[in-house]
Write a protein that binds this ligand. Structure first.
Ligand code: MSP
Length: 635
């Protein structure tokens, strides 16, 4: 029997549209789920919506809709968003569904029968935003710490859950299972909260005040407090108590939440489970907050980040990569579009994009599966293989510990090594003089790309599958398991290699005009340079040339060193590394300025300049439209 994995996200309130924060949590859950699929586990991934309570009633009223219709419409927005973000959840639960309501009633009955629910008068300070009572001690300057509003004094009779009965058990459980709440800072926060006596939890709302909720099974006049209702989704979706899914997945349950809802998940929920004689979950994984403009995202500030808008501009995989690479799990992060663009250009267009386009273009040109037949000797590059194995280990251990950014750093480190290996082995030179060695070099490169494609699958599923598709791999995406790597035998599956598309175009950064600078684009005639006479123009020696060799320049992300035949051989340095792979360049006809003063760039002397045109889509070399003899004059 394979090992199992069960991951949940919070069920999101339907009082507002999904934003960056919801997208992040759900993407992290998807990344974790896919990682466990790669580990060969049987997985289950649950998300959904939280639809009861005051907050929702007020939002429905604000929208001028009956609550039923409002929650249907809003819940659908979440449900529709997830596939667009590449989320592959197995189930989507809504707290208004009968399957959920019946489990909430069962749990309430059970805890009630046990004597852990009692009826009592209560007078307290209530925050409508949080939908809970606050003690004086919890308020900050008399206000709710989250909503910064003064709570209202409410006096009513209600039902209470004897949470205090479970305080000692919970402290002991957390101490004996140090990974129960992680990262550690959040475990410590819960333990520090538990130093003071726990108050019992008010779990009902009189129908005179709120009708939109689940009626208590033992008192028709009350509905269930929204948190007591919502937390139960994690087991109602599995068909508690008899459900097959519950039996299989509950013992390995892991929740994923942000720090805002640490207390209900770290305190109420384990106590509720204990009271209902259900095993506690395995892990509560808590992440930090995405801030915008150094503060919270908020409708009133107009800085709510909408995930689909970013995906439309930058692409889904770039967005997913950025979120996971940028945030250290557990800590807060500042979101900015500039940071997103910087990551796309440096990590995706440059590092990964270069590796993929140069390797797979070469693979298509020089190499098909037939080049490495079983039994044919290939020379494995031991250094590259050792690094690949080391990467696998680092990746697995970081992913297990929620160190997503570290796992990505390790992959990018490896990408850097493969890029270096290509520069060192120069397959384009071997293609002309040593086909045997070329086979071995290409074998090592393709095995490395297969590994990168598999490890990227949780983060960038479409890119990973595209890479595997180009290689004609018979097993794709999650079918390739981590245990298949490390053996360096993925090539057995490689088929016909297809044309390589441009995966990550660079994002041009539009410079904002500063004070005093002209805001509008200049008119074409203003952009033109000053006039030159024909004699002056004739001073330029423009020649047709053909690129014989192209090499990346170590330490430079922009420059390539070209050997150009213009009737004689010239070394020319060109700033086109982000736009062409060195393999694509070899054999290209170009136009060069042949009498430009030599200049040293990154230690290489350049004797000329290659002409190219640039627009929003990138840099394009100028080429005569028919084969022209090298050295021909351009007039
Ligand atoms: N309905 C409750 C959860 C009940 S779970 C049994 C709720 N809903 S919520 O819509 O407010 O979602 C809160 C969650 O959304 C956070 O815990 C986090 O997962 C995500 N985020 C919302 N804003 C966020 C940020 N600014 N940054 C990161 N994640 C945040 O609470």
């Amino acid at each position: 029997m394979s090992e199992k994995f069960y991951i949940t996200t919070p069920i999101y309130y339907v009082n507002a549209e999904p934003h960056l924060g919801h997208a992040y949590t759900t993407i992290v859950a998807d990344v974790l789920n896919r990682f466990h699929i790669l580990e060969g586990k049987e997985t289950y991934f649950l998300t959904g919506t939280d639809e009861h309570g005051d907050k929702i009633v007020r939002a429905a009223e604000g929208a001028g809709e009956p609550a039923e219709r409002y929650v249907d419409r809003m819940s659908q927005m979440f449900r529709d968003l997830w596939p667009k973000l590449g989320i592959c959840n197995d189930d989507f639960i809504r707290t208004t569904e009968p399957r959920h309501k019946s489990v909430v009633k069962k749990i309430l009955e059970r805890v009630h029968e046990k004597g852990d629910i009692y009826f009592s008068d209560y007078e307290g300070l209530y925050c409508f935003g949080c939908e809970r009572f606050y003690t004086e001690r919890e308020l900050v300057e008399g206000k709710c710490p989250d909503h910064l509003t003064e709570p209202t004094m409410i006096s009513e009779s209600n039902y209470f859950f004897r949470m205090s009965n479970y305080q000692d058990w919970l402290i002991d459980h957390i101490k004996r299972n140090p990974e129960f709440i992680r990262p550690e800072r959040y475990k410590n926060e819960v333990l520090s909260f538990l130093k003071d006596p726990l108050e019992d939890l008010c779990i009902s709302r009189p129908k005179s005040r709120l009708r939109w909720g689940i009626t208590l099974p033992f008192d028709e006049n009350y509905v269930t407090y929204v948190w007591f209702d919502a937390l139960i989704n994690y087991i109602s979706a599995l068909g508690y108590p008899e459900g097959e899914l519950f039996r299989r997945f509950w013992p390995v349950a892991q929740h994923l939440v942000a720090k805002d809802i640490l207390k209900p998940h770290g305190i109420y929920w384990p106590c509720m489970l204990k009271a209902a004689d259900i095993e506690p979950y395995q892990h509560l994984n808590v992440h930090g907050y995405w801030n915008v403009d150094e503060g919270k995202m908020s409708k009133s500030l107009g800085n709510v980040v909408k995930p689909l808008e970013l995906v439309d501009i930058y692409g889904l995989d770039a967005f997913r990569y950025f979120l996971l690479r940028e945030m250290v799990f557990g800590l807060d992060s500042e979101f900015s579009e500039d940071a997103l663009v910087a990551r796309i250009n440096a990590d995706l267009a440059n590092d990964l994009g270069n590796l993929v386009s140069r390797s797979l273009t070469m693979a298509r040109k020089y190499f098909q599966r037939e080049s490495v037949q079983p039994g044919k000797q290939v020379e494995i590059d031991e250094d590259l293989k050792r690094r690949a194995l080391q990467l696998l280990g680092e990746y697995e251990s970081n992913m297990e510990k929620l160190g997503f950014h570290k796992a990505l750093i390790a992959i990018w480190d490896f990408i850097g090594h493969v890029n270096k290996y290509i520069v060192k082995t120069e397959p384009w030179v071997l293609a002309k003089k040593d086909r045997e060695r070329l086979s071995s070099v290409m074998f090592n490169i393709i095995e490395s790309i297969i590994e990168v494609s598999v490890l990227l699958w949780p983060f960038m599923p479409a890119t990973s599958e595209k890479l595997q598709g180009i290689l004609g791999l018979e097993r794709k995406g999650g079918d390739l398991k981590l245990r298949n790597l490390g053996l360096w035998e993925g090539l057995r599956d490689v088929g016909k290699i297809s044309k390589v598309p441009h995966l990550f175009p660079r994002v041009e950064v539009k410079k904002e005009a500063g004070v005093g600078e002209e805001e509008e684009e200049q008119k074409p005639e203003e952009r033109r340079k000053e006039m030159v006479s024909f004699e002056e123009f004739q001073k330029l020696d423009l020649r047709v040339g053909v690129i014989k060799e192209a090499h990346n320049i170590p330490g430079s992300k922009k420059l390539v060193k070209l050997l150009v035949d213009i009737g004689e051989e010239r070394v020319v340095v060109a700033g086109i590394a982000g736009y062409y792979s060195t393999e694509e360049l070899v054999g290209k006809d170009v136009v060069i300025v042949a009498n430009l003063m030599p200049v040293k760039l990154m230690g290489v002397e350049s004797n000329g300049m290659v002409l190219a045109a640039e627009d929003d889509t990138g840099v394009h070399l100028l080429t005569p439209d028919a084969r022209t003899a090298p050295g021909s004059k351009v007039r």
